[in-house]
Design a protein around this ligand. Structure first.
Ligand code: AMP
Length: 394
């Protein structure tokens, strides 16, 4: 069901609590932001709220402080950067709840950034009293933190019980729009490209995508568990022995959809620039580290004729050139296909950047874990908690 969006709401003179994802990478001392991408991604929602006369309270987690305040995980540097980007003051609160915060609540046109939510263990415990305190003083809830929507925390789920309306911000809406489009109503042929280390991390995704896609192209270490399920050798490649029978079941039910690599780049020792060769059958002392060139051509040609491509996970140990070749080549193929392309997961995003094709990808998801759960057909708690548009606007 469609969810209420921030642009369905009258924000004038309302105080809006916006859950954002400011979980930015910081220098080791916690003073410098090394990428402000997540801050920029939330700007449309924050700017919209300000332009429409709202007072803005922002809340986020940062890192894993394990329920205790830590100066190296303070959101203070984020307030400074956000203020530069917005061109107006952003006040940072000393905490996320409590009497001091209550005294600092913003007026229309002002922005208050609460301190790291995870300084309190109650945030991740979805504690109702903590959620009530977060909500106190605000009139409306907006969630723009897609990357945290798979977690039922006080700021993503609990808080909704204490405010009359819960709407999606623009980033959240965009994520839901593209992920829903490619999984519920894709242009066909629809192709998924799945890679990465483990089958076990992506079982739900494989099972759910098999219901949706016309072809599922498998690469990365995941492929070796599938090869073993076909009684093909995988040498010393990463194989999940306890998932071989599941891989066999998946192949039995969807053999015509699942494609596996037909050649492999192998090494005898995993290290940068290790001597490597391309083989069609992996010997006992070899380790598969990338898909081979014939597989790249086969997969690229399927991608070329696709109208929709869903991609998650690298095709090899792409952090270690030259074993990034298969991943980079397919990143180019996805961009060149002109298909609606939705990419999730930090590694695939890095590959897209290295290939220099980011601007030709339809949607790069900002939430690795959340997008995987979505592709796995799971309902994200932070999305389920949002008001249904039809009910809220009736
Ligand atoms: P994931 O988080 O499951 O998407 O996995 C990403 C990781 O899978 C990356 O760090 C890759 O280096 C790793 N990976 C991909 N292919 C292989 C492979 N053939 N052998 C070992 N690790 C791999």
């Amino acid at each position: 069901m469609a969810k209420l969006s921030i642009n369905d709401l009258d924000l004038r003179d309302k105080r809006v609590f916006i859950r954002v994802d400011f979980n930015v990478p910081l220098s080791p001392d916690g003073r410098e932001i090394t990428s402000d991408k997540r801050i920029r991604a939330s700007l449309p929602t924050i700017q919209y709220a300000l332009e429409h006369g709202a007072a803005v309270v922002l809340a986020s987690h940062l890192g894993r402080p394990k329920g205790k305040p830590r100066t190296d995980m303070s959101l203070a540097p984020v307030a400074v950067r956000l203020s530069e980007l917005l061109g107006r003051p952003v006040v940072i609160a000393a905490d996320s709840v409590g009497p001091e915060v209550a005294k600092m609540l913003p007026k229309p046109g002002e922005v208050l950034l609460l301190e790291n939510l995870r300084f309190h263990p109650e945030e991740e415990a979805n504690d109702p009293d903590f959620a009530r305190q977060l909500a106190s003083g605000s009139d409306i809830y907006v969630n723009d933190a897609f990357g945290s929507a798979h977690r039922a925390h006080a700021s993503t789920v609990g808080i909704v019980s204490f405010l009359p309306r819960a709407a999606a911000g623009f980033l959240m809406s965009k994520e839901l729009q593209w992920l829903t489009k490619v999984t519920k109503n894709p242009e066909r042929p629809c192709v998924a490209l799945l890679g990465g280390a483990k089958v076990s991390d992506k079982i739900e995704v494989i099972q759910n995508l098999l219901k949706v896609v016309d072809k599922l192209l498998i690469g990365g270490a995941m492929a070796y568990t599938f090869l073993r399920a076909k009684n093909e050798p995988a040498g010393k490649s990463l194989v999940e022995e306890d998932k071989i029978s599941l891989a066999r079941q998946l192949l039995d039910t969807a053999a015509n959809k699942i494609m596996l690599p037909v050649d492999h780049v192998v090494v005898r020792e995993i290290k940068p620039n290790a001597p490597h060769e391309t083989v069609t059958s992996i010997a006992a002392d070899q380790i598969g580290v990338d898909i081979g060139p014939r597989t790249v051509r086969e997969y690229a040609s399927i991608i070329q004729s696709a109208k929709t491509v869903i991609w998650n996970g690298p095709m090899g140990i792409f952090e270690m050139p030259p074993f990034d070749a298969g991943t980079i080549a397919l990143a180019r193929a996805v961009a060149d296909s002109g298909a609606v392309s939705v990419v999730g997961g930090g590694d695939s995003e890095k590959a897209i950047k290295s290939a220099g094709v980011s601007d030709r990808i339809t949607h790069i998801s900002t939430g690795g874990g959340a997008s995987l759960e979505f592709l796995g057909g799971l309902e994200l708690p932070g999305v389920a908690a949002l008001s249904d548009k039809a009910e809220a606007t009736a």
